[in-house]
Structures are given as structure tokens and as C-alpha cells.
Design a binder for this molecule. Structure first.
Ligand code: SF4
Length: 187
């Protein structure tokens, strides 16, 4: 069995934190295992929990529309979350839950070897860029860590709640598109 399959099977049956008890489905991630580009959100919502796929509810539809603007999609990006099981009532995943689940994402990244990481929202951004990161202040900025280019944009759920954030997110998306071109990433 290949490494991805082994990792996914371990994740699907995981009970390392309390979220494993309340989930309907574990949401491992989707996308080609050869992608240079990785999107990471915070955790599955209700629709994702029911279907076992990330970003399939209203926020997922918006994410698909956002990606389409810059010629990206599930066919050329890998998409996953910090925690793979739904937090009850869509609350933020607790630090202990994030810590328990993070090794799955680390292993996904080891296998994927992405060149670009786009954090969707505050939870993913602070996990990768430190607790001082402020999504309202720092979205769209670029960081480089160990050869990996990292940026963060507003989570699509935040853009559904507050449409005034959409113009600046459009600029962030165009910045991502420009960086993909600059780096010569395959899409
Ligand atoms: S959230 Fe992650 S660590 Fe917790 S049970 Fe689910 S897969 Fe395991």
C-alpha cells in the first residue's frame, strides 16, 4: 500500500482527540499528490463532516469561485485542514486538538513537498506563522520558511459573513497568481 493510502487510513480511524467521537466522517483532504500548491483551512464544517470532503458547503463554493479567478481548483491544488474532524457547532479547534492532529498535516506536507502554502484564515495562519500573526493586518503578505512560500488570506466563511473583505481578498488572490508565475509553479 502506498504512503498516502496508509496515512489516509490511519487518519480515517483516528481517535487521538475528542473530535473523533463526534465526527460523522474524517475529512482527510483532496487534490493531486503532485501539486506544488497547498491550501489549509482550520477544520471541517457540517457539510464537510457529512460528506468527508473539505470545503463543500457554502464556504467551499466560494473557495471554488475564488480559485477559478486565478486558474486554480481541486484538480491542481491540494486542499485540507489543520484538524480533520469537525469541531462541534463549528467552534475553533482547541489547541490540544490542533496539536493532536497536526502530525497528519505534517506527514501530508512531507509527502506532497509543496512549494506554496496558502493559509485560509486565522487558525491556519497562526499555526504556521506564529501567534503574532493578525489576519486583518497580515493577510496577503509573503513569508519564506525552509524554501516554502507561505501566505494567508481570509477564510471563505469570513468572506461570506463580511463581503467588505472581498476586494482585498481579490488583491491577495492576484498576488498568489503573480507569485505562482514568478516561481514558475506547475498548475
Ligand atoms: S481531529 Fe485529528 S487527531 Fe482528532 S480524532 Fe480527528 S483525525 Fe484524530
Amino acid at each position: 500500500m502506498d504512503s498516502w493510502k496508509l496515512l489516509e487510513e490511519g487518519c480515517l480511524s483516528c481517535q487521538k482527540c475528542p473530535l473523533g467521537k463526534s465526527r460523522t466522517h474524517t475529512v482527510f483532504g483532496v487534490g493531486p499528490h503532485t501539486s506544488d500548491i497547498l491550501f489549509v483551512g482550520e477544520g471541517p464544517g457540517q457539510q464537510e463532516d457529512l460528506r468527508g470532503e473539505p470545503f463543500v458547503g457554502p464556504a467551499g463554493k466560494l473557495l471554488d469561485d475564488m480559485l477559478l479567478i486565478i486558474d486554480l481548483g481541486r484538480y491542481n491544488c491540494y486542499i485540507t485542514n489543520i484538524v480533520k474532524c469537525r469541531p462541534p457547532q463549528n467552534r475553533d479547534p482547541l489547541p490540544t486538538e490542533q496539536d493532536a492532529c497536526f502530525p497528519f498535516l505534517q506527514e501530508q506536507m512531507r509527502l506532497l513537498q509543496p512549494k506554496m502554502l496558502i493559509c485560509l484564515g486565522r487558525i491556519a495562519a497562526t499555526r504556521f506563522l506564529g501567534s503574532d500573526f493578525k489576519i486583518s493586518r497580515d493577510h496577503g503578505k509573503w513569508y519564506q520558511k525552509d524554501g516554502l512560500w507561505i501566505t494567508a488570506i481570509y477564510h471563505p466563511s469570513a468572506l461570506l459573513r463580511d463581503v467588505s473583505k472581498r476586494p482585498e481578498t481579490f488583491r491577495d488572490l492576484k498576488s498568489i497568481q503573480a507569485k505562482i508565475k514568478e516561481l514558475g509553479l506547475a498548475i
